[in-house]
Design a protein around this ligand. Sequence first.
Ligand code: FAD
Ligand code: NAD
Length: 485
Amino acid sequence: MSDNTTAEQFDVIVIGSGPAGYVAAIRCAQLDMKVACIEKMKDRDGKNTLGGTCLNVGCIPSKSLLDSSYKYHEAAEQLSIHGIETKGVKIDVKKMIERKDGIVKQLTSGIGQLFKANGVTHIEGTAKLLAQKVVEVTNNDGAVTSYQAENVIIATGSTSIDIPVAQIDNKYIVDSTGALEFSTVPKRLGIIGAGVIGLELGSVWSRLGSEVVLLEAQDRFLAMMDQQISKDALKIFNKQGLDIRLGCRVTGSEVKNKKVEVQFQDGDGNEQSETFDKLIVCVGRKAYTENLLAPDCGVNIDERGCIYVNDLCMTDAPGIYAVGDVVRGPMLAHKGSEEGVMVAERIAGQQTVLNYDIIPNVIYTHPEIASVGQTEEQIKADGEPYNVGMFPFVASGRALAANDTDGLVKIIAHGETDRILGCHIIGPSAADLVQQVAIAMEFGSSAEDLGMIVFGHPTLSEAVHEAALSVHNHAIHKANRRKRK
Ligand code: FAD
Ligand code: NAD
């Protein structure tokens, strides 16, 4: 045990350097606080690294592989329509993975530089929160040092959920981290869970030539999304060759002859088995609080295993906050970062709040799926009157020019006030398009307001404009079915 009476003091100690923690630490430093950020993560070479799941094994490496694999797919399958001949296109998986690793390194070391530039003290090791806001850190050599702070921000993130019927062996059965590291393209790839990770990483390996089968427990595909969009998505992904099987209950798995056999009950209750070269288990993530909280630290855990916080990310213990994946709400990097900013500014005495109703959500498949605000099903369940406007990308000149016409933009507005309640897009650049509507929603825009804004031509954004016009049945570049107001 270390001696707490001589513990170094900070205004703020942040535990965890993912997008929630490092952003909180930098914002605290900008607000003239003395800040330390404690991080235990090591990279594959055993070196300490910053940036958490997002930069090391999440958002960034997955998008790097999504971009590489899409370029390969375009070159191999899609360029001939433009008159470009690309015979003999090959993928060098090793080089693709090395490129991804290089991007990770560049960004994670960038966080170290940002810490230096802002005066954030980086402490390497595993933190434990004791009573009286004392944080005990065990470093790589097992040495223990204590620090004390006026305020503590917990940002310890999340980890993959394991299932006993398919235990990770990191060789044949992997989680999302293992699926970012395959050294060859698996001939047959099984995926348990057709959620965000299953679809993104399934798309990567399918584009490179894997035969991909996704076994999903729920009967409905992407059940949390607007159902019109998820129905369209299912059709598009099936057309791309992703074999998505709904209502499947995996009952066991076995590694035999360098392959994985998976037993499951299909949607009709029939016993089935499939054999794969690799199996990815991606059935969700859970808050990470292992060995973090001493019993008398004052912080409580909710019924889902997340650290309990209120809307301002305050825990039950005064001066202790928690942000990011370790607390309730969607597990998204940008949600955690904005919570980090809110908490830093609140500690500095500002009145910052976060609008949890307007957090965009994106699945980076091709086409992308992006949404913000409420789905039509949620609005209907609330009993609110509403109008829907839609515009298909097949009617967009720019989408046609790019040979990228799958999908549509859907905007839902309140039936009386016309205020935009939600936007759901499947289509090219959906991630960037939905942000335009998120900005409009943050300013309380009506569908009519959005329809009155001038959009450049020819752009994919025009589909957003037309969907807004379509709410009142005066889209120009499609037939309007209902009576105009
Ligand atoms: P994390 O990023 O998990 O960081 C927590 C950090 O705390 C870790 O570095 C951990 O080592 C450290 N830590 C934990 N306990 C301790 C301790 N006791 N002492 C010291 N350090 C500790 N989100 C998106 O918004 N967009 C995407 O495209 C996207 N893609 C993803 C792809 C994949 C494959 C995965 C797995 C996730 C993806 N996510 C994406 C989710 C995103 O990565 C998380 O929402 C985000 O990283 C959460 O940030 P965080 O700071 O809360 O936690
Ligand atoms: P998810 O919740 O998106 O999907 C998990 C899927 O697995 C669900 O459809 C669920 O019904 C299914 N499932 C659960 N148990 C099962 C079982 N035993 N058998 C078969 N299917 C089962 O979770 P994920 O894909 O693991 O991703 C975790 C989280 O990471 C996401 O919720 C998201 O917050 C974050 N993430 C975000 C992005 C992004 O923003 N683009 C990308 C990747 C991950």
